[in-house]
Write a protein of this length. Structure first.
Length: 87
């Protein structure tokens, strides 16, 4: 059975936090880091939603594969950060 190396070095899925009323805390979604991550995912897919992407390509992009209009991730990152500066 393979070891989960993410747990060892603190990576992997974050622990779910709850509010005092018992509901899940979704405040992380408003952070700049989360917005950057979601924008990167969509840009890597060429601006397509998951459904559109699966209809057009039939799969997710592999590794460093980039389907967006920019040349690569570095070019997109520079442009996106200029438009959405970190707090």
């Amino acid at each position: 059975m393979p070891k989960n190396k993410n747990k060892k070095n603190g990576g992997g899925r974050p622990v779910t936090t709850y509010l005092p009323n018992g509901k899940k805390d979704y405040s992380y979604r408003s952070t700049w880091k989360h917005k950057f991550s979601r924008a990167r995912n969509k840009a890597q897919r060429g601006g397509l939603s998951k459904d559109q992407m699966m209809r057009q390509y039939g799969r997710f992009p592999k590794g460093k594969e980039w389907w967006g209009p920019e040349r690569d991730f570095a070019e997109w990152k520079e442009k996106w950060i200029a438009e959405n500066p970190p707090p």
